[in-house]
Write a protein that binds this ligand. Structure first.
Ligand SMILES: NC(=O)C1=CN([C@@H]2O[C@H](COP(=O)(O)OP(=O)(O)OC[C@H]3O[C@@H](n4cnc5c(N)ncnc54)[C@H](OP(=O)(O)O)[C@@H]3O)[C@@H](O)[C@H]2O)C=CC1
Ligand SMILES: Nc1nc2c(ncn2[C@@H]2O[C@H](COP(=O)(O)O)[C@@H](O)[C@H]2O)c(=O)[nH]1
Ligand SMILES: [K+]
Length: 478
């Protein structure tokens, strides 16, 4: 990457900068590969934050099926983490995980989990017997207390797994049968579900998979517990990437935790953070990390900068650390502060291999927690910071009262925030479509076919606040 003018003397964040188009021989946005090439199985440069309100197994699966990587949070008890990793590994790769209800469940039961939108559906099962499937969009006009079994009419066609060889073929079969959503059965047994949208997506994305062809998943550990036995247990459960994570990643506690994890030689990439300086990269790579998580203070739920003044504007933090990581043969994940697809493109232009997204992904159907609705009927999910009072309660509630009170003194970050679902893009996969199409486009503007070429070819300019404002769409007329 190079700056179009002089190299600025002060640090910058994403809204301070823009990408300059340059001569390109990339004919199509579909000729672009977004694979991060950071040693993980990801095929798109997106990972979800290890936050309790962001990554649960359901989101991790949807993300991995499209090539991203979900990082399960360190706060999940080991037994739950183990079960979550094994559940991810059991999920179908070629088709969606079915959302199953019994015929006696009601429309309201479904709408508590999935809104009545296009591209989603539910499968009705009587114990192990397939009963039928319903696109959730149809529930928009049904009475909330209607029994699902009573909504099924006609024959309940389903796709036969043995008939589907490619996503294109599944799409054509569904279009021909005028099915927007269908269960997928093999010899009468439910093995998955598929919508026309997911069939289309399966032709555009490559899943993130392990050596045995199962969906990939990452998990985080803190620096204080018995890190070796936890890391060993996660690896035994099949985790593909381990993230050693703490607020101040450039501290001795991190370095010794990292050394003891890397001593285990688990054969999977180890990510460590968070730091924002080149010397932080050098120390963590020396202690055994191959990917460094960068970002202090940019997170939407994070009050570190206001509480401590510590941090660094994220574009410059990524630029400096990615240059050092490249010297060391390591990689950088840009963590926090992503609000638009442009921010992802800019993080990659600064040298990041991948980008970690938290709050934005919390407001999706697949995010953990129930769908809630505000006084105007707008759907949202609750999100909270991992250092907030709420998270400290969850993490340290079991300590004795004095120790707990001491931990509470340092709670920071937002404890409860409403993250609204985008009515046009309520699913994580809708957000992935938007982000990856934006970023594919950024690559062709720079004449780059791969993340490495984009690192090389990106030209970045510095803009005024008015320049940034000009780039926004006008929501209403003036
Ligand atoms: N990216 C970011 O800007 C931030 C991210 N977070 C996220 O919150 C979660 C919890 O992290 P964390 O609070 O580190 O908890 P951890 O459970 O990982 O513990 C942090 C350890 O570091 C010690 N420590 C020393 N200095 C600091 C400091 N300035 N801030 C925090 N701990 C310090 C703590 O001791 P003692 O408690 O005795 O001081 C404790 O032993 C993680 O997921 C983390 O990523 C949190 C804050 C900032
Ligand atoms: N200072 C804090 N940072 C936090 C907290 N919880 C999470 N985080 C960091 O934010 C990113 C996600 O950023 P977003 O803008 O996409 O929401 C996450 O990965 C953490 O690094 C917190 O309580 N305090
Ligand atoms: K912030």
């Amino acid at each position: 990457m190079r700056f179009i003018g002089e190299v600025p003397a002060h640090d910058l964040t994403y809204s301070d900068v823009f990408l300059v188009p340059s001569r390109s021989d990339v004919a199509s946005r579909l000729d672009v590969s977004l694979a991060p090439d950071d040693g993980t199985p990801a095929t798109i440069p997106l990972v979800s934050s290890n936050m309790n309100s962001v990554t649960g197994p359901r989101l991790a699966v949807s993300l991995a099926r499209r090539g991203g990587l979900g990082v399960l949070p360190q706060d999940m008890p080991l037994q739950e983490l183990d079960a979550a990793i094994r559940w991810v590994k059991d999920q179908p790769v070629l088709w969606d995980t079915p959302t199953v209800f019994s015929p006696d469940s009601t429309v309201a039961d479904v709408l508590a989990e999935i809104p009545a939108v296009d591209g989603h559906g539910i499968v009705i099962m009587n114990d192990d017997d397939y009963v039928g499937s319903i696109p959730t969009k149809r529930l928009a006009t049904a009475l909330p207390d209607a029994r699902l079994g009573d909504l099924l009419r006609g024959s309940q066609a389903a796709l036969d797994a043995d008939d589907i060889e490619t996503g294109r073929q599944a799409f054509d079969l569904m279009a021909e049968a005028e099915l927007s959503f269908s269960a997928v059965l093999r010899r009468g047994k439910l093995v998955g579900a598929m919508s026309q949208k997911s069939a289309l997506r399966s032709t555009l994305y490559a899943p993130a998979i392990d050596a045995d062809g199962r969906l990939a998943v990452a998990a985080a550990i803190g620096i204080n517990s018995d890190v070796q036995s936890k890391a060993r247990a996660l690896a035994a459960a099949g985790v593909d990437v381990l993230v050693v994570d703490t607020a101040h990643g450039h501290q001795e506690g991190m370095i010794s935790a990292l050394r003891s994890v890397s001593e285990l030689r688990l054969g999977i990439p180890i990510v460590a953070g968070n730091i924002v300086t080149a010397v932080g990269v050098a120390d963590l790579v020396d202690a055994g990390a191959s990917i460094i998580k960068v970002g202090v203070g940019p997170g939407a739920m994070c009050t570190t900068r206001m509480m401590t003044a510590v941090g660094r504007p994220q574009f410059s933090a990524v630029l400096e650390t990615a240059a050092e990581a490249s010297e060391q043969g390591a990689h950088v994940w840009a963590d926090g502060g992503i609000r638009y697809p442009r921010d992802v493109a800019l993080a990659l232009s600064a040298g990041a291999a991948s980008v970690m997204v938290g709050s934005w992904f919390a407001g999706t159907i697949e995010g953990p927690g129930n769908l809630r609705s505000d006084a105007d009927g707008r759907l949202y999910k609750e999100s909270w910071g991992m250092a907030s009072t709420k998270a400290v309660h969850e993490r340290f509630g079991r300590l004795d009262a004095y120790e707990f009170a001491r931990k509470m003194l340092f709670a920071e970050g937002i404890s409860s925030s409403k993250i609204y679902l985008d009515p046009e893009r309520p699913s994580i996969e809708d957000l992935l479509d938007m982000i990856t199409s934006g970023v594919r486009s950024s690559f062709t503007y720079a004449g780059a076919r791969s993340v490495a070429e984009f690192h090389d070819r990106a030209i970045v300019g510095v803009q005024s606040a008015a320049g940034y404002e000009e780039g926004k769409a006008l929501p209403v007329s003036w």
